[in-house]
Ligand binder design. Structure first.
Ligand code: PMP
Length: 345
């Protein structure tokens, strides 16, 4: 394994990060005249904790990992962008990802002028570690995987992910946005064995916090330091930090909602299976189901007419005539099922 230091872009390695007022002073004080804030309208007149310490303490308990292994950001999209910016030299380095998968990996790479090589999954959406490793060259700094994968819904084979972690001389991102809906454990435990692993999770899915934008990255303290060095100083607002903490304190509520969603996933799958125009329902480890229908554009437009919006994935590789349907609340799923049952071919 290459020294991780050597993977970092030289300008990031030598960067002297911005030091905010709230970074410089630690301890008890009663008068804060250090950050040019308005003294009125508490508490939102004050800058938030730039390192989100209280939030990380709670995440640390829930995920059973020390706070120095945790980065929190403005959605996991922030972490994806920061990882590319930290390790990939624009116009020179590249990254490898799988297809079909979450579109932001490639968009974030494009924004950073970093080439993104996409390796197709098999027709039944399995990961081939050998093909991914073969796609990497001496300028590949990053491999981005997503498990459970979006839009296919399946967990990627753990052994194949470990093979990539073991044989790739660079950073491996495992995006676990949907892990709470899956029967398997997070890859976070793998951090002990793989210093090149970054696991991404989010409050946007199972935790019901998409609106506050709170993403998490779990990695070695060295990688977390790098991300903290290049993030915006106050990347998570005080409103988001407070709300995130409140959500994470209500673990039971999340688990109750999760149970309903998993139940609904099974019910929705069964109902979809009875429709004459549904050709295939892909098994899901996430909170959505990918279905292949006879005519995805027609079905999508029909549903729009019925005011039910799903995601048309017809133009995504390997997803011809596929719709990605999020598992909603029981009454929302009933409306979808009713509309589909009334669709004339
Ligand atoms: N990863 C995957 C696989 C996703 O599907 C999404 C959102 N659709 C994200 C990351 C982004 O999550 P966040 O809201 O935390 O930015």
């Amino acid at each position: 394994m290459k020294n991780l230091q050597d993977l970092l872009r030289p300008n990031i390695r030598s960067l002297k990060p911005y030091s905010s007022a709230r970074d410089e002073f630690h301890g008890e004080a009663s008068v804060f005249l250090d950050a040019n804030e308005n003294p009125y309208n508490e508490p939102y007149n004050r800058y938030p904790d730039p390192m989100q310490r209280a939030l990380k303490e709670r995440i640390s308990v829930l995920k059973d990992i020390a706070p120095e292994h945790i980065f929190t950001g403005n959605g996991s999209d922030e972490a994806i962008d920061l990882v590319i910016r930290a390790f990939c030299e624009p116009g020179i380095d590249n990254m490898v990802t799988i297809t079909p998968s979450y579109g932001m990996y490639e968009v974030a790479a494009d924004i950073n002028n970093v080439k993104c090589v996409r390796v197709p999954l098999s027709a039944d959406f399995r990961l081939d570690a050998g093909a991914v490793l073969d796609a990497a060259d001496s300028h590949t700094k990053l491999i981005c995987l997503c498990s459970p994968n979006n839009p296919t819904g399946n967990l990627l084979d753990r052994e194949e992910i470990y093979r990539i972690l073991k044989y790739f001389n660079g950073i491996v991102v495992a995006d676990e946005a949907y892990i709470d809906f899956a029967p398997s454990l997070s890859l976070i435990r793998g951090l002990v064995s793989y210093p090149n692993l970054i696991v991404l999770q989010t409050l946007s899915k199972a935790w019901g916090g998409a609106g506050i934008r709170l993403g998490m990255a779990f990695a070695s303290p060295w990688i977390i330091d790098v991300l903290n060095k290049i993030k915006y100083p106050y990347n998570v607002s005080l409103v988001a930090q407070e709300h995130a903490l409140a959500l994470l304190k209500r673990e039971n509520r999340m688990e109750d909602q999760l149970a309903v969603i998993l139940n609904e996933r099974a019910r929705l799958g069964e109902a979809l299976g009875k429709l004459p125009f549904v050709r295939r329902i892909y098994p899901s480890d996430a909170n959505f189901i990918l279905v292949r229908v006879n005519d995805a554009d027609y079905t999508y437009n029909y549903l729009v007419g019925r005011k039910v919006i799903v995601r048309n994935r017809h133009r995504v590789s390997l997803c011809e005539n596929c719709l990605r349907i999020t598992v909603g609340a029981p009454e929302e799923n009933n409306m979808l099922i009713k509309a589909l049952n009334e669709m004339t071919l």
